[in-house]
Every structure is written in structure tokens, then in C-alpha cells.
Write a protein that binds this ligand. Structure first.
Ligand code: GAL
Length: 659
């Protein structure tokens, strides 16, 4: 459990650096991330490197006893490079190249950028790879930020054709897989295939899905190149990338597979404002963030990180980039930090040391104000450092890794598929995955977020948010796990080529769920369908939203499913076959929670209804309780708790840690 900070020595007079480093250390910070946007200072003109300033910055930090997280600067190619190689600029869906003047203005498929990146990464890695103060690396910065994964450049289209050739081998196979006979879209050779963009009406969905898969693979290829260069010059120093859960245009699992540390950037207030949350929720959690949003991300990145995951950038105060940018309530920066550690983080690093008085992010808070006084976030970071000492002193296993009994399957392709073929305009995959996650967390359950190909043995409860494409061995792995399994609507509804399975959904899951989804409908946001549980006296136990699967349950008794709930018109809303449960709609939060509670109990898990905004996590021998709510929360039912941080009475925005 360590603290870090993001620092930009190139933004400040050199005369300030020593004092900055000394104050960081005094605050309890151990790691300092630098240089991810500093290319124009590292190489002011082509081939003319200026390392002097960076050498001195690294030395100053090292001399103060700080560890440096060195970054490759490829998120911001300098002006001279763009002028020399305009093909570096990515091309938007409107067919126009994006322009210089902000950041991430590069195309993952541009051959000149690949070469330029190899060159600058080698130069940085060679220079600092063995520096005693450099302990970690970060590749680039937030792949996918500002919608920069998919490009429609000639270079991208050329590489896409190669990608298609490798996948389908023959053009006939591609034509069959996509179903291009529809609307006379058949191709005679791979070279005839363009990017699926600027068509008269929607472009072919299988074509689009493959373009997204291709674009995602391009990110993984580009990152791998950087990782290999760093490893060659800096053996033994872990390599990280800072993901953002909001930027899901590429498969984070695939990129993380090449890294040592998966890290993510946590901006709970900005995320709440920019995401799907209803206006009431945006108002309710305005200054705290939603109690499950950061935690969902922690569990996502914990699962894909080989070493303990980190929060590479932690919101320290108001940000600049959301539509509205409220200030966190006092206590929240500390609470967010503890939430990360409770979920297994190895480091929480604040963005940024000091607010910049110039350029795009001048309205973004830091731990210090632009005139260099400690801001609220800074004092809270200092308190976290003190808490960490108490926690580490009290529990030898405080840094333990986490393995939960509940798994939630989370998949990037599913997001792209629903974006391409939503069938209901607001069918937003991350939202539905989040809602299932949130229901589980509200019951006090710890959750592992896993990819669809993860080993599932050892879990008691496996929750699968809508997952159209399932792997061939999924049914077998689910049953072999012995867990109770909840499948969301639309699971198994498509083949990998994005076609309807021959036997209709649930397709490859039919062996464990003998049902036939013969019709579907999507529901407008103002339309809900009442749901009644089997044997319930109530007419209406909750509602289905967004979507309905119409399920045929099989004629013979032998393969008949148990119908656990019906819609008002009699169609099944929730069916099960042994341990496999299938929801035919997305139920409201209360009904989802109620159903999950029952199924979790059946799985032998103990569930607790927590207070509004109260969340619990367990790591090592310690239990962490976080209060996002407005009321004091009293821990009445743990008489033997020995408190390491806080006490039985947890104030709003407070934290308690007990053994
Ligand atoms: C992140 C980004 C940082 C900074 C920050 C502001 O997405 O990685 O460079 O822009 O947002 O909140």
C-alpha cells in the first residue's frame, strides 16, 4: 500500500523541484509518475535530444528518496513530427484527419508513427532504464482517451485487409461469415473491402464488429512494441499502462496481458457526471461519486493485473472535463484512496501534484493550488499516509491478494456488439454490467470481475451480464464450476460472426439452458413490464426494463424449465434449469437485488443489506467499511471488531478498518 503522485517538472521552474520533492516525501508519497507528455522537451527538434532537464528532475526526485514511474511520451507527438509525417494523424468517421493542438493525435496503424514511437521509446528506455531512481514504467497515456482507437485512414484500411485475410483465409469464408449476399454486398477479394464508414445507411454489422476487433488488436500490437523495448533496456522494472474504464474501444484484457501492472485513472465525480446515471443519481452522489463506480473499476483492473493493480491517477478535487465539475465533499479523497486499497490496490497515485495555471487543464485541481499551498486533497493524502502506517503495523496480511466467491463476467466485445447492433437505442452494456455489479455490492458481497475465458472453478456465484457471444466451452465451464449462474438477457444470442444461432438463442448455452428465445422486443425508456414471481401474492414484484426475451420452455417434462417469474402477459421473465438462472429482461434495481440475494443464499453465501451508501470490502484479515452516505453508520453486529482505522461509528465520508 503506497501513495504516488503525477508530476510535471517541465511545467515549473527548476528552482521549485527540490522543494516539491521534499514536500512530496514529507507528505508520505513514495512514487512519482513523470514525462508522459514531455516529447517536445525530450526531443525539441528531429533527432536533437535534450535530456539534461529530465536527468536533473529524476536525480532530484531520487535524491529525495522517491521512486520514479517513467513514461513513454507517445500520447503527444510534437508538431515537427506531425509536419514531417502528416499520415500520423488519425482519420475521423467524416474522412478528415484530426489536427494537431491537443493530444492523442495519432493513428495506431500509421507505419511512420510506429517507427517514430520505437525510436523515442528506445531513447527514453535506454537513457533511464537502469537509473536507480526509476522503479516502474508506464506506456503512453490512457489508450482510447478522446475516442482515439478507431481510425479510418488508408493505413488502417490496409492493415484491416491483412487482418481479415488472417482471420478468414478465403474471401468466400468471409462472405459466408458476414452474410454479404444480403443487399449484394459480396466481395471478390480482400482488397475490395473498405472501412465500414460513410455508408448510406448502417454499414454491415459483422463488418463493423470486425473493424472494431481489428482496431483493438492494433492497440495491443502498439503497446506490446513499447513493452518489449522497455523490457530490453530496463529489465526487472514492472511495466504498467493507465487504463480508463470509460475508454472501452479496445480490449483491456488483451493489452493487460502484455503488462506487469494494470492501472486505471479514477475520477469518480467526472465519471458520474458523464455516464448513464439518471439525473436523481447524479444529484444524490454529486460530491461523492456513485458508491460502486470506483469499486467496479478496482475489481476490473485487479483481475487483469499480474502484480497488484494501481490507481495511477486519483481525482484530488474538482476536475475540468465534465459538463459540470463539483468539488468532492471533505473526506472523499481519503475515502476513495482507502476504497482502492480495500480492493487490492498496491498504489494510489494522485493526479496531479499542483494545479497548472495554464493550458487546457488549468481548472483541474491538484494536491496543491497553483500558488503552491496544500489543498484539501493534499491534506487528505497526508492522512491516508498516516492511516497506511497504522494498517500495516496492525496486520501482517494487509497487502494480501483477494479471491472472491462471486465472479462477474465482463467483456469488451459485448460492448462493441451492442453499440453496433443495439436494437434498443439505450442498450448500453457497461451500464447493465455495472447495475448487476452494484446489486451484488449492495448485498455486501466481494466480487471478482473476470473475462469470459477465465477459469471459473472455485466461484459459488457467477453473474453474466448480457453476453451475446459465448465461447464454445462456456456452458461446460459454467456447469463444472458447480456455482449458481445468472445469465442476463441476450446471452448466447449471437454467433462470433454476429449472426443468429441456427437453433436460436441461447445458442451454445442450449445444453445447460433448454430454452428457445423465439422473439425479442426492446422497450422505450418510459416503458416497463411488470414482473410477478412464482407463488407471489403481489401482482407486481418489480419491472423489466429495456428488453424482453420471449422464451419457449420446451414441451416434454424432462427438459422443461422452471418458470420462476412471469411478465403480466404470462410470458416467462425468469427461468432456471438447475443452477443456471436466466433473466429475460433487465429488472429494476430492487428486484435484481432481491433475486441476487436469494440465489446467493442458495450458493451458500451470506448476504447483508447495507445502509444507504455504505459499502464493505475484505482484504487479508481486515474488513473495510466506507460510508458514502449522509448518515452516521454504526457497526452494531461485529462485537469483536478491533479497529485499526476509525471506530464503530462511521461518519458520512468516513472510513473504518477493523480486524
Ligand atoms: C486523465 C488523463 C490526464 C488528465 C486527467 C484529467 O484522463 O490521463 O492526463 O488529463 O485525465 O482529469
Amino acid at each position: 500500500m503506497r501513495l504516488g503522485v503525477c508530476y510535471y517538472p517541465e511545467h515549473w521552474p527548476e528552482s521549485m523541484w527540490e522543494d516539491d520533492a521534499r514536500r512530496m516525501k514529507a507528505l508520505g508519497i513514495e512514487q512519482v509518475r513523470i514525462a508522459e507528455f514531455a516529447w517536445s522537451r525530450m526531443e525539441p527538434s528531429p533527432g536533437e535530444y535534450d535530456w539534461g532537464w529530465l536527468d536533473r528532475a529524476v536525480d532530484v526526485l531520487g535524491a529525495a528518496g522517491l521512486q520514479v514511474v517513467m513514461c513513454t511520451p507517445t500520447a503527444t507527438p510534437p508538431k515537427w513530427l506531425i509536419d514531417r509525417h502528416p499520415d500520423i494523424l488519425p482519420v475521423g468517421a467524416d474522412g478528415r484527419p484530426r489536427t494537431f493542438g491537443s493530444r492523442r493525435h495519432y493513428d495506431f496503424s500509421s507505419p511512420s508513427y510506429y517507427v517514430a514511437s520505437e525510436r523515442i521509446c528506445s531513447a527514453v528506455a535506454e537513457r533511464y532504464g537502469k537509473h536507480p531512481a526509476v522503479a516502474y514504467w508506464q506506456t503512453d497515456n490512457e489508450f482510447g482517451c478522446h475516442n482515439t482507437v478507431v481510425s479510418y485512414s488508408p493505413a488502417a484500411v490496409g492493415r484491416f485487409r491483412e487482418w481479415l485475410k488472417a482471420r478468414y483465409k478465403t474471401i468466400d469464408a468471409l462472405n459466408r461469415a458476414w452474410g454479404t449476399v444480403f443487399w449484394s454486398m459480396e466481395y471478390r477479394s480482400f482488397d475490395e473491402i473498405d472501412a465500414p464508414v460513410a455508408t448510406v445507411t448502417e454499414a454491415h454489422p459483422s463488418h463493423r464488429l470486425d473493424y472494431r476487433r481489428f482496431a483493438s488488436d492494433e492497440v495491443a500490437r502498439y503497446n506490446r512494441m513499447q513493452v518489449e523495448i522497455i523490457r530490453a533496456h530496463s529489465p526487472g522494472r514492472p511495466v504498467a499502462h493507465n487504463f480508463m474504464q470509460l475508454f472501452t474501444e479496445f480490449d483491456h484484457y488483451k493489452v493487460a496481458a502484455d503488462l506487469d501492472v494494470a492501472t486505471w485513472d479514477s475520477y469518480p465525480l467526472g465519471a458520474l457526471e458523464e455516464q448513464w446515471f439518471a439525473p436523481e443519481l447524479k444529484a444524490k452522489w454529486l460530491r461523492t461519486g456513485h458508491p460502486d463506480f470506483a469499486s467496479f473499476n478496482h475489481d476490473v483492473y485487479r483481475g487483469m493485473s499480474k502484480l497488484p493493480f494501481w490507481v495511477m491517477e486519483q481525482q484530488p478535487g474538482p476536475v475540468n472535463w465534465a459538463h459540470w465539475n463539483p468539488a468532492p465533499l471533505p473526506g472523499m479523497v481519503r475515502l476513495w484512496s482507502w476504497e482502492a486499497f480495500a480492493h487490492g490496490a498496491g498504489c494510489v497515485s494522485y493526479f496531479r501534484w499542483r494545479q497548472a495555471p495554464f493550458a487546457q487543464e488549468q481548472m483541474h485541481a491538484g494536491l496543491n493550488t497553483p500558488d503552491n499551498r496544500l489543498d484539501i486533497g493534499g491534506s487528505e493524502a497526508a492522512q491516508v499516509a498516516e492511516d497506511i502506517r497504522a494498517v500495516l503495523a496492525a496486520a501482517e496480511d494487509a497487502n494480501a491478494s483477494i479471491r472472491s466467491k462471486v465472479a462477474l463476467v465482463y467483456d469488451y466485445e459485448a460492448k462493441w456488439l451492442f453499440e453496433i447492433h443495439p436494437q434498443g437505442a439505450d442498450f448500453h452494456y457497461p451500464r447493465f454490467a455495472f447495475e448487476y455489479y452494484s446489486a451484488l455490492r449492495g448485498l455486501g458481497l466481494d466480487v471478482d470481475v473476470v473475462p469470459v475465458d477465465a477459469p471459473l472453478d472455485g466461484y459459488r456465484l457467477i453473474v453474466v451480464p448480457p453476453l451475446p457471444v459465448v465461447p464454445a466451452d462456456f456452458a461446460e465451464r459454467l456447469t463444472r464450476s458447480g456455482a449458481q449462474v445468472v445469465l442476463g438477457p441476450r446471452t448466447g444470442s449471437k454467433t462470433a460472426d454476429l449472426q443468429i444461432p441456427a437453433s436460436l438463442p441461447p445458442g451454445l448455452l442450449a445444453s445447460v439452458l433448454p430454452a428457445r428465445v423465439w422473439r425479442v422486443e426492446s422497450l422505450r425508456p418510459n416503458v416497463t413490464e411488470p414482473v410477478r414471481l412464482a407463488g407471489s401474492a403481489s401482482l407486481d414484484d418489480g419491472v423489466g426494463r429495456h428488453w424482453r426475451d420471449f422464451i419457449e420452455t420446451g414441451a416434454s417434462d424432462q427438459d422443461a424449465l422452471e418458470i420462476c417469474a412471469r411478465f403480466a402477459d404470462g410470458h416467462p421473465a425468469y427461468v432456471r434449469s438447475g443452477a443456471i438462472h436466466y433473466f429475460a429482461s433487465l429488472f429494476d434495481d430492487a428486484l435484481t437485488t432481491r433475486l441476487f440475494a436469494g440465489i446467493a443464499r442458495e450458493a451458500g453465501l451470506s448476504v447483508t443489506a447495507l445502509g444507504d451508501g455504505v459499502r464493505v470490502s475484505r482484504r487479508g484479515g481486515l474488513t473495510y467499511v466506507l460510508n458514502y452516505g449522509e448518515q452516521v453508520h454504526t457497526l452494531a453486529d461485529v462485537p469483536d471488531a478491533a479497529f485499526v482505522v476509525g471506530s464503530r461509528e462511521i461518519q458520512p465520508q468516513g472510513v473504518a478498518v477493523y480486524r
